[in-house]
Design a protein. Structure first.
Length: 337
């Protein structure tokens, strides 16, 4: 097995210089570093990660912690794209990523500190935790560099990345209003998600701004699940036939609403406009194709990776970023009759 002693012999530099060059120390000039790295590549040197971590005090491993992964989530490519964004970026900076899956119930069996400590993580990116999940409280209170996706909490070791939820919701409601819709229902996710709270407030504000009174009877929940959205929308549409548009807080729920409308012989968009949120792949292939707010989950993953590395390396005191979304108009939305 090739060691740093072999590289030192090949290049003529000391073992200490070779070690510091390969471990990224700034006191090695770039010309020397380039020669040493070329030698390492030529000799097919593979670093001992454990030994390297003992020297640098860093494992060079980032965790992506996600919750409630289910088989039905296969329709929703959102988490997968976030994962790809994280994985591709950390590779470019010589880090590795590991996926950690959890649920609310499993969080009671093992603490957040135990989970990250067992894996010797330098930092963690978290997606999908509910407001009252134990791991969220523990993560924010810990010293481990942490970046939250769609959870706007920030302190010295915690940052977040999200998209502009408020602007996105207001764009949708104002678009529907321009089409003549007066009875605009909102299918939210669930009350334990930060994005649900933010989108609900934005829904209320946007109605107020366009002069439509808020009606609590036009708010209902689909738990970010297609089947739950279908069942809830079916009963809702039977009781609220005057509703001409439904804005859903996720595309998965919009698919459920679309199925309920089909079974009730409600024409989309002639009798009911439906708009989703996320722009998952299926929205462009179902019939009618679904209008939606396009987020960029790959970019969310990439930016989250950059932020967590900034915290690890203490590069900045500001650890948040808000990305822009885009309303995509497809076949499921149209003028009110």
């Amino acid at each position: 097995m090739v060691t740093i002693k072999d590289i030192a012999k090949d290049t003529g530099f000391s073992v200490t210089t070779v070690s510091r060059a390969l471990n990224g120390y700034s006191d090695v000039n770039e010309e020397t570093r380039a020669i040493i790295r070329a030698s390492a590549q030529k000799l097919q040197y593979s670093p001992n990660m454990l030994a390297q971590s003992l020297v640098t005090k860093k494992s060079k491993i980032i965790g992506l912690l996600v919750t409630d992964l289910k088989r039905e989530s296969v329709k929703d490519n959102f988490v997968f794209e976030v994962l790809c964004g994280v994985s591709e970026y950390v590779t470019t900076v010589d880090y590795e990523m590991i996926l950690i899956s959890t649920t609310t119930s499993r969080q009671r069996n093992k603490t957040f500190s135990q989970v990250v400590g067992e894996r010797n993580l330098d930092g963690v990116i978290i997606q999908g935790l509910k407001k009252d999940d134990p791991y969220l409280t523990e993560a924010v209170a810990s010293d481990l560099p942490t970046v939250l996706i769609d959870i706007p909490i920030e302190n010295s070791t915690t940052g977040y990345v999200t998209s502009d939820q408020v602007d996105s919701v207001k764009t949708v409601i104002k678009y529907l209003s321009r089409l003549g819709h007066k009875k605009i229902a909102f299918m939210n996710g669930h009350k334990h998600a930060y994005v649900s709270e933010i989108r609900f407030k934005a829904y209320q504000e946007s109605l107020s701004e366009i002069g439509i009174p808020y009606d609590d009877n036009l708010l209902f929940y689909g738990d970010f699940e297609e089947e739950k959205a279908y069942q809830t929308a079916f009963n809702f549409l039977l009781a609220r036939q005057e509703v001409s548009a439904i804005f859903c807080a996720s595309d998965i729920m919009a698919l459920g609403v679309l199925q309920a409308a089909r079974e009730l012989r409600i024409r989309v968009p002639e009798d009911l406009s439906i708009i989703g949120f996320d722009n998952i792949l299926l929205t462009r292939y179902v019939s009618p194709s679904i209008s939606t707010v396009a987020q960029n989950p790959f970019e969310l993953g990439t930016v989250a990776s950059k932020l967590v590395l900034d915290i690890i390396n203490q590069k900045s005191s500001e650890h948040h970023q808000i990305l822009k979304n885009k309303l995509i108009i497809r076949e499921s939305s149209g003028p009110s009759n």
